[in-house]
Design a protein around this ligand. Structure first.
Ligand SMILES: [Zn+2]
Ligand SMILES: [Zn+2]
Length: 282
């Protein structure tokens, strides 16, 4: 069996970079999706758009290296909803200038996607915690703009959202329909709560679930294979509690033995669903 990590992060400056893929490969991994971090995770000083541009440049290089060592790799870059709070609180930018920066960043990313250099835009979405309303409004404008680009250039979207169960899914569905996106499988609910998964699948979207024991024990036991699994590995030593991508295969095998899961089930989660969302096969 081959294993996929459908949402991870990569940081060649503070973390391991493409060496994650080497370890993942030797433990049975075949596919990984590397999503951008925030520029301050990479660099000590912040220079607005230029910092995002430079971070994405590093990220793309690492994705190439990962591909070269034989892990099928896609690169996705976004404007994380938490960046909005960081830029206002820590960098002291005004909300409207954060909006302009965010729009500039995702325009840049969508052009890279159009050229086939990035696979999609993410993370974009909404804060999962309470914050000021104008900041959620900024998140929403950026998300809707990302949907427009996704429609125009056939880009994938990785969404980081609040957790209002199936209401979150239904609200997003309204936006996606408004943007006229036909291929909803390329719209991914990342870190999806298990209680959302059936609605996400029924409406034609994709999801990734967090690969911790608590979540895997629940979804692998009680749900059909309608999701992908993610490590959401931050690749930053500053984060303490993490799941490593290369731990996923062992975890999944152990749990599947416990529940007597079929080979077909695991194949669906790790290969078919990747093919369905990303259009990539081993
Ligand atoms: Zn996230
Ligand atoms: Zn993430």
């Amino acid at each position: 069996m081959k294993f996929a990590d459908a949402h991870s992060h990569i940081n060649p400056i503070k973390g391991m970079g493409y060496k994650i893929s080497e370890k993942f490969k030797s433990n049975g991994g075949w596919f990984i999706s590397y999503v951008s971090a925030s520029p301050w995770d990479y660099f000590d000083d912040f220079n607005g758009f230029e910092s995002y541009r430079k971070m994405i440049e590093y990220q793309i290089k690492e994705c190439k290296k990962s591909n070269e060592i034989g892990i099928k790799t896609v690169c996705i870059a976004g404007f994380h909803p938490e960046d909005i709070d960081f830029l206002i609180d820590k960098i002291k930018m005004s909300p409207s200038s954060v909006l302009n920066l965010g729009l500039k960043v995702i325009e840049y990313e969508s052009n890279l996607c159009k050229d086939g250099i990035l696979y999609g835009i993410g993370e974009v979405g909404r804060q999962h915690y309470k914050t000021m309303p104008e900041r959620v409004a900024i998140s929403q404008i950026i998300l809707e703009k990302a949907f427009e680009y996704a429609k125009d250039y056939d880009c994938m979207i990785h969404m980081h959202l609040e957790n209002a169960d199936i209401d979150t899914v239904k609200i997003i569905d309204y936006n996606v329909n408004k943007a006229n996106i036909n291929n909803k499988r390329k719209i991914v609910f990342h870190h999806a709560k298990p209680s959302m998964l059936i609605e996400i699948n029924n409406l034609g979207y994709s999801s990734t679930v967090y690969g911790i024991d608590e979540v895997l024990n629940f979804v692998l036991y009680s749900l059909p294979p309608i999701f992908m699994i993610e490590s959401d590995f931050p690749d930053n030593p500053a984060y303490k509690k993490v799941v490593y991508p290369w731990e996923l295969p062992t975890k999944i095998v152990e749990i599947s033995k416990k529940f007597n899961l079929s080979e077909e089930y695991l194949y669906k989660v790790n290969i078919d669903n990747i093919k369905q969302s990303y259009g990539i096969e081993p």
